[in-house]
Design a binder for this molecule. Structure first.
Ligand SMILES: *Cc1c(COP(=O)(O)O)cnc(C)c1O
Length: 488
């Protein structure tokens, strides 16, 4: 079956590479200049560079070293990267080119406002677009990531209750929330209270009713939740929370499932963070950089961080004149480069953003429907941008989710997210994103089916995987306990 799919994979040229300290040879150099024909200037002692121990290398040594190292890695430009919740989609290169333009990339953050009207206008316009996309009334672009957005949003909720003279102690968090949610609440001084999702994998109105009281600041809902399911009771849940004096926080990191389709304000959301580096196309992973703007409803706009970009006549200025603001959450104004990429993406997509969401949802459902006979599907409902399987059907072969994930690498795919969310045993969380073609999805489905067949025939193949990579199966416990952190 599908012979041509076998072309994908990591067999082939895998270059060994040693450290640059072993490659270097005294006197090698990366440039050539004509001999000095003037007297060499005397460098004062205190300005003289100290001899440091770095290898001498030629240009070709350096270029090949880093190019080879790059082939050991797997990125969105290498192939399908279905890492659930992380939205690893292909990012158009035009965004990179524009963000790298000197006028954006080389602006010093202390440049007077008069001289950076362009970048300020870009940020202002991006905020306006995000308002339009989410339906909310005010935006800050300062937070540098999703979790940082959560922290900012919960601080705003805290400031709101404090201003009303009713500080509260708890916050409700469903078991299908992203792991950063309880952490962000705790860091802002709230006690996270876990509430359970129902048999359909979503929150029931009754469950929220049971836990919501006057001492609870509100609820943090991830929507779509980490099972890839839409919280369809959100409007009724929001009404209960509001009636008892709370606010509704939505973790909208995965807006790519609902943008242009759901009006967050109408669904009762007061505070929302979104991840520009997921939904709005910026390469991410390995620690950033990211951008996690926070959007709020009218009543909360006054609490947004300072400085804020304000339009005065035809000029854009950074204003600190907001006495109720929670203050700064980032030096200067956050990760500007990511904002440029998101702005380019939104402008170039226009009304197609809605189509991107529809395709992300279609692709995930295509995978779910095609694999539900192969892997155990715990929730039989239409999913949003990702689908989650369990390890229930793998047990009989004596292999685990981890073994399946490792074997996928041999087939040329980045493994999906595994063992998350915790509500599904041995979870396999697949997010194909809208940028994968049907052929790529078919290849992925074929690979999973082949691997499950292999598990039936010879589980050792999975237990020893990956076979085709430079580094084979790692002892993860040993690696975590004895990390090698020095470069040489
Ligand atoms: C990715 C993600 C986050 C965290 O975002 P970071 O930018 O990694 O801090 C939070 N919530 C959800 C649902 C996410 O998918």
């Amino acid at each position: 079956m599908l012979e041509e799919f076998k072309a994908q994979g990591t067999k082939g040229l895998v270059m060994e590479e040693v450290l640059l300290w072993e490659t270097g040879k005294k006197g090698r150099i990366g440039y050539s200049l004509p001999p000095l024909d003037v007297k060499e200037a005397e460098i004062p002692g205190e300005l003289k560079r100290k001899e440091i121990d770095i290898p001498d290398l030629s240009e070709v040594d350096v270029v090949r070293h880093y190019t080879r190292l790059s082939t050991w890695n797997f990125g969105v430009d290498t192939g399908t990267y279905p890492l659930g919740s992380c939205t690893m989609k292909y990012n158009p290169k035009i965004n990179e080119q524009i963000a790298a333009k000197e006028e954006f990339a080389k602006v010093h953050p202390l440049t007077p406002e008069d001289m950076v009207q362009g970048p300020l206008k870009l940020m202002y316009n991006l905020q306006e677009l995000l308002k339009e996309i989410t339906g909310l009334d005010g935006v800050t672009l300062q937070p540098a990531a999703g979790a940082h957005g959560e922290y900012t949003g919960i601080r705003i909720i805290y400031a709101y209750h404090k201003k009303n003279g009713k500080p509260k102690k708890k916050i409700l968090i469903p078991d299908t929330a992203h792991g950063t949610n309880p952490a962000s609440s705790a860091i802002c001084g709230y006690k996270p209270v876990k509430i359970s999702s129902n048999e359909n994998g979503i929150l029931s109105v009754d469950e929220v009713e049971k836990y919501m009281d006057e001492d609870t600041a509100g609820i943090m809902v991830t929507n779509p939740n980490t099972l890839g399911l839409f919280e369809e009771n959100i409007r009724q849940i929001a009404d209960i929370i509001h009636k008892r004096g709370g606010l509704v926080y939505c973790d909208g990191a995965n807006l790519n499932a609902i943008m242009g389709i759901v009006d967050l304000k109408k669904s009762g959301i007061d505070v929302l963070h979104i991840n520009l580096h997921k939904t709005f196309s910026a390469p991410h992973g390995g620690g950033g950089p990211g951008s996690g703007p926070v959007c709020v409803r009218d009543e909360l706009v006054k609490f947004l961080p300072c400085p804020r970009i304000v339009k005065q006549n035809d000029k854009f200025v950074l204003s600190y004149d907001f006495p109720d603001s929670i203050g700064r959450v980032h030096s200067f104004y956050g990760n500007f480069g990511v904002m440029v990429k998101a702005y380019c993406y939104i402008l170039s997509m226009g009304s197609l953003l809605k189509k991107a969401s529809q395709l992300a949802v279609l692709n995930a459902n295509y995978i779910k429907e095609n694999l539900k006979q192969t892997l155990h599907l715990p929730y039989h409902r239409p999913c949003m941008h990702e689908c989650v399987f369990s390890d229930k059907d793998l047990g009989k072969y004596k292999v685990t989710t981890l073994d399946l994930a490792k074997r996928l690498i041999d087939y040329g795919f980045h493994p999906p997210t595994i063992y998350f969310p915790l509500v599904v045993h041995g979870a396999i969380m697949i997010e194909p994103t809208e940028t994968e073609s049907k052929e790529n999805l078919d290849r992925f489905i074929w690979a999973i089916k082949e691997i499950v067949k292999e598990a039936g025939k010879d589980p050792e193949i999975l237990l020893q995987a990956p076979h085709n990579t430079r580094i084979k199966r790692l002892d993860e416990v040993y690696a975590a306990r004895h990390p090698v952190l020095k470069g040489y």
